[in-house]
Write a protein that binds this ligand. Structure first.
Ligand code: GCO
Ligand code: MG
Length: 402
């Protein structure tokens, strides 16, 4: 079964998505996601100019060999653009293999380890009481785990707070929106949010929080320690993890569980964090990490050290990634949780999918492959719109991490 053609489909049904479609001479096609939020066109060019021409005529069944060919063959390894392009090919090929064998992707990986997949939703508000009410709506909808983010008094456009839309989407402008940041204000405020959340909602719901790379290691340690009484499910991305050793300091000071990895691309970004047991959850997902083929190596390595998965699942990960991730989650023995940020109805219509949600849990469906397709005619109604992620500055104007 050889690869006959491949093409990249760029569309914006509510937000931008880059999708790879690979067709074989057997008439079977597979779909992969290559979306890199705010930098989409770089991956489009990588695929169209440098990857697709090398795929034509290859055996579509040789997923591992094609992965190694793309990873080693580029000579220039790793990075978000390269690894998303590889992921798109990899996921499309797993999709093809599942369809060719008439079996869902989870089955190819070794079968199901669980019946349903616990997901966490995103609750946010501009005040504590708004956030408390938002968490309540998720609890009422059956969620067992909810991420809570809140506006911070004195901080303009704090991270993670919706701007009136039902579907939170941070990439909101052709030129990056300038937001402001004060870690001091944040550290003084967030414990009050969780005091109130536990007071109202008790301890039966898992609560999560995302620091979005803003703190120094010591500040992160302080936050982790101050939140210990609230027994969070996890505290995410407290500090940028380019320096994996930084987490050692955090770990020495707090027992609040730590999650990181949504911006990691390969196992090399997470190796030290995992083998020194400096984190509890690894947030890498298929689109960011070279696809199923590489992510399962990460998960198996993490399992050795008691680290569980907690895949990134924001709206910039297309339904194709969501579908593939849910199959992966169904199989992976060291599963922790799956992030689930709902897509808009426009996105869901362009990407018909077999996966489903019911009261806080998801299932991948039983369709062969990953079970997600693209309606190309509908996609053509939604042309690409240049959008970038925001940036953040400290109160004195210093550029900080968004
Ligand atoms: C999360 C994330 C995202 C990112 C987004 C950037 O935990 O869900 O931090 O919402 O900000 O993926 O494109
Ligand atoms: Mg995050």
């Amino acid at each position: 079964m050889t690869i006959r053609s491949a093409k990249v489909i760029v569309c914006s049904p509510g937000r931008n998505f880059v999708t790879l479609k690979i067709e074989t001479d057997a008439g079977i096609y597979g779909i992969g996601d290559a979306t890199l939020n705010g930098r989409e066109k770089a991956v489009v060019a990588y695929l169209e100019e440098h990857v697709i021409p090398t795929l034509i005529g290859r055996d579509a069944r040789s997923i591992e060999d094609i992965w190694q060919f793309l990873y080693r063959g580029a000579y220039w390894r790793r990075g978000p653009v390269t690894m998303r392009a590889i992921a798109a090919v990899d996921v499309a090929l797993w999709d093809i293999k599942g369809k060719a064998l008439g079996t869902p992707l989870y089955d190819l990986l070794g079968g199901r380890s669980r019946d349903r997949i616990m997901v966490y939703g995103h609750a946010n508000g501009s005040t504590i009481e708004e956030t408390v009410a938002a968490v309540g709506r998720y609890v009422d909808a059956g969620y067992q785990a909810v991420r809570a983010q809140c506006g911070v008094p004195g901080v303009k456009l704090a991270y993670g707070v919706g701007r009136g839309d039902l579907y939170y989407e941070p990439a909101d402008s052709q030129l990056p929106t300038e937001t402001s940041w004060s870690t001091a204000r944040y550290l003084g405020f967030i414990p009050k949010l969780f005091d109130r959340l536990r007071e109202v909602h008790g301890f039966d719901v898992h609560l999560l929080h995302d620091g979005h790379h803003r703190m120094t290691p010591l500040e992160a340690a302080q936050l982790g320690r101050s939140l210990e009484p609230h027994r969070l499910f996890w505290l995410e991305d407290v500090t940028p993890a380019e320096n994996q050793e930084a987490f050692r300091l955090i770990r020495q000071h707090t027992v609040t569980p730590l999650a990181v990895g949504e911006i990691f691309n390969t196992i090399w970004d997470a190796k030290d964090l995992i083998q020194h047991q400096l984190i509890d959850y690894i947030r890498m997902t298929v689109v960011g990490s070279g696809g199923i083929t590489h992510l399962r190596r990460v998960a198996d390595f993490a399992a050795l050290w008691g680290v569980r998965t907690g895949a990134h699942g924001a709206t910039d990960l297309s339904p194709v990634t969501m579908g593939a991730a849910l199959h992966f989650d169904s199989w992976v023995p060291n599963f922790g949780i799956q992030e689930y940020m709902r897509h808009s109805p426009e996105t869901d219509a362009v990407f018909p999918h077999a996966y489903g949600f019911e009261r806080g849990f998801m299932t991948p469906g039983e369709a062969p492959g990953h079970g997600v397709d693209i309606d190309e005619a509908l996609a053509a109604n939604y042309p690409y719109r240049p959008m970038q992620l925001p940036v953040a500055r400290l109160e004195d104007g210093t550029m900080w991490n968004w």
